[in-house]
Design a protein around this ligand. Sequence first.
Ligand SMILES: Cc1cc2nc3c(=O)[nH]c(=O)nc-3n(C[C@H](O)[C@H](O)[C@H](O)COP(=O)(O)OP(=O)(O)OC[C@H]3O[C@@H](n4cnc5c(N)ncnc54)[C@H](O)[C@@H]3O)c2cc1C
Length: 499
Amino acid sequence: MKESGSPKLGGVVEVTSSDTSAKLNVDEYATSPPNQERMGFPKQGGQSLSYWLQQVRCDPLLDHRTTPELPREADTVIIGSGITGTLVAKHHLQTWPSKSIVVLEAREFCSGATGRNAGHCKPDQWRHFAKLEKAFGAEQALKIQQNEKETWQALVQYVKDNGVDCDLWVGQTIDVPLDDETAGIAASIFEAIKKAGANTEHIQVITDPTEAAKMSRLKNAKACYAWPASTLQPWKLVAHIMRSNLEQGVNLQTYTTALSVVRAPSPRKWIVQTDRGDIICDTVVHATNAYIAAVEPSLRGIITPKPHMCNKVVPPRSWSGSKALQNSYGVLLPNGALFSINPRCTSDGVVMFGGSNPGQKQLDDWVEQHPEQGTDDGLARIESVTKYVREMVEREFEGWNDEEIGPGEGFEYSWSGIIGLSADGVPFVGPLPGKDGQWVCAGHHGHGMARTFTAAPGLVKMINGQSWNETGLPDVYQLTEERLNDLKGASEAPRVAVV
Ligand SMILES: Cc1cc2nc3c(=O)[nH]c(=O)nc-3n(C[C@H](O)[C@H](O)[C@H](O)COP(=O)(O)OP(=O)(O)OC[C@H]3O[C@@H](n4cnc5c(N)ncnc54)[C@H](O)[C@@H]3O)c2cc1C
């Protein structure tokens, strides 16, 4: 890995590395960092602004403090104001309306991964089956995919029931392999999931390349797998939920970093120490995802932060208006990578490109050598990532460059967010071993939008003394001492790709 000396737009240097020999994304795209010891608090100052955060600069929720002073006592302290922390607060209020809750947020409200993602709520319905089956067995693999579907349904239902203004799109997401080998693997995974007993009636499959290219509008499409999913403006959804929480008495304290949690004198259980003083409480919920190990070192190496890029592209006139994209996508590439495409069909038509693009792997290599950058979401306009988006779009989207691209169109901007890689690829939900009253919902492995709408209420059920079965979550999500010990003892963690 070398850094080319020439500074790029925004002063960010280009990162390049020798090509890796990644295999197919539908099978396995390495995401477990060799260096699993990285950890860190949210970066203070110099963060990039995602497109979502750029859209809400005058919203007072960004730096909201319910009370000017930090409360000195609360029943429950939730650390983190992303989708997880905000949903935990919501379900906590429903379960115990009179208990006091303080939500701590190190920076602006919801400015972590939730406020920076690619805006997909895309329940995996087939693609990850092979690797999930390999890691956890067919029953759990099917349960995970069923849970993702239920999670997506719960999110859509909430938005509709509450009239949430968050640009929700509900439609067909299309997975499109672009070469024969990837298409072959996709076909065998689809066969395997059917054989395992999954209901696949809701998935439309096209294996004729000409038909696939027509349906997907991608020139080299070899097949299409289409099923219902959503895209949305994630910050606006979470802000809606938090505003309702605030009306019901939650105390939100932004720009307040939890530094550590120590035992409290009886009758309370824990003291959350912050950069603005201490809060004494009974229950602590760690909803800090990628950052969790900074406060709870026992999770170091279990949940690891990793910077991830998202590109914002303004389509040119040849792909605008009646010609604008109408579906979201997963583009499966021959070299093992994936582009997720969110064209914001219900809003401004600006297209988000996320996923594990080949340049992302180069960035990962670079972060391996610069572990201090593991929580750096100030990365932006990384040309070595954007160039793969540009190449794919110009190759696959017929006529993209037919007209001269004018100012304001094209590959405008990219930003970073921090993904919380789980050592075995699935989240951790449950009590923190040996720390009665501390709870975790974290490690969403780049896929939290399809997990948290069920994982967060599941955690609140556990706090309420209900059994794991009553959460309805896949068993492999449960945080147990045994799972932690197994992962700490494992020489190499299973590799499950991020979406
Ligand atoms: C670029 C990118 C693209 C993605 N695309 C998608 C996608 O399209 N679909 C999908 O399903 N998922 C996607 N993800 C993943 C998804 O965004 C996350 O899984 C999800 O948002 C996690 O939510 P969370 O609330 O658990 O964590 P976060 O949103 O990260 O929230 C944690 C919060 O805790 C705060 N915090 C951390 N430590 C402390 C502390 N010590 N004290 C106080 N506050 C603290 C952080 O500032 C942060 O706001 C993407 C992620 C990235 C980065």
